[in-house]
Design a protein around this ligand. Structure first.
Ligand code: SF4
Ligand code: SF4
Length: 315
């Protein structure tokens, strides 16, 4: 199975929103690297032996001044990597348009999060459409929204508005206490409308378990924190496992081989959609280079809706 080597880089902790369902507690939603540390990150990325997709997250990347002033220009000038970002799309339109201009020919995925506690669907859709118009035409724009129990009618309305504008919603099951939130029967019916019967990881984030499957997290995918620490995946980090070293100390070393997933939950669809997990078909994206060889795609795994009936906690 072809994999898209990917680094998820938490460029900063700081965020201009304060969503009640944020998986990062407020005490960690602060800070950003110094200018010297940003240069160290760029040097690290420039020295990687192959082309990665660098997916930047936060906090909110655009809330850190250095993101547009140095990180984006530095990645474009000093590295060959594909640039992706997870953003709440709250930055002024002029900044978003500058981002679109700077990343022409290099942009992979823009994951724009619709946070209904802080913006209206109308305002968000207008900005997303403006971005779509200006961004690299091969890039992939996805609109995600957290499914907060008891508040799903608003998400359903927002989905309709998005679809009228030709945008697709990527619903995300809400995570809570290391597992997933519990939903009432009424919520479950709405979720079924939102995600369909058997959503694949490029249709919705249902936070499934891939326990026991061979996974290339730590090999062709890893998570990088603003303090320079690297971990094999988000769940590993949560359990203080999968430490790969530190960029600033010059010790970050990915693993050599895949290993079976030991966890009960895979909370983020990036590893699945980048082909890291045995038996899960990689999402096809236009920004990726043409495949050298054709291989049969693995059957897409499905996540049964029964998992929503109670929060599934890691053991
Ligand atoms: S925008 Fe994202 S990082 Fe910021 S508070 Fe909301 S969920 Fe958390
Ligand atoms: S939680 Fe996901 S990314 Fe981490 S090892 Fe398991 S399958 Fe891989």
């Amino acid at each position: 199975m072809k994999r898209q080597p990917t680094i998820e880089w938490q460029v900063c902790g700081v965020c201009n929103y304060d969503c009640s369902y944020c998986i990062q507690s407020k005490v960690y939603r602060t800070g950003h690297p110094s200018p010297e540390q940003v240069e160290q990150f760029l040097t690290f990325f420039a020295g990687l032996p192959k082309r990665f997709e660098i997916k930047m997250t936060g906090g909110e990347p655009f809330a850190f001044r250095g993101f547009m002033e140095r990180i984006i220009p530095g990645l474009v000038e000093r590295t060959p990597h594909t640039i992706s970002v997870l953003t709440n799309l709250s930055a002024p339109l002029a900044i978003i348009e500058r981002f679109a201009a700077l990343t022409q020919g290099r942009l992979g995925v823009v994951s724009a999060s619709l946070h209904l506690e802080f913006t209206s669907p109308e305002e968000f859709v207008a900005k997303a459409c403006a971005l779509r118009e200006k961004m690299d035409p091969r890039a992939h724009l996805t609109i995600n929204s957290v499914l907060v129990p008891g508040r799903l009618q608003r998400v359903l309305s927002a989905k309709q508005l998005l679809e009228q504008a030709g945008l697709t919603m990527f619903p995300q099951i809400m995570k809570a206490d290391g597992g997933i939130a519990s939903y009432s029967a009424e919520d479950q019916a709405i979720i079924k409308d939102l995600v369909g019967e058997c959503p694949t990881p490029d249709r919705a984030n249902m936070a499934p378990s891939y326990k026991g499957r061979q996974c290339y997290a730590g090999v062709d995918y890893f998570v990088l924190l603003q303090n320079g620490d690297g971990f094999s995946c988000r769940t590993a980090r949560r359990y203080k496992q999968g430490f790969l070293g530190n960029v600033f100390a010059g010790t970050l070393t990915p693993w050599d081989a895949a290993s079976p997933c030991p966890y009960e939950i895979c909370p983020c669809t990036v590893p699945a959609n980048r082909g890291m997990i045995e038996g899960i078909a990689k999402a096809q994206r236009r920004y990726e280079e043409p495949e050298q060889e054709s291989q049969p795609a693995a059957p897409a795994a499905v996540v049964p809706l029964s998992r929503l009936r109670a929060g599934v906690m890691p053991s």
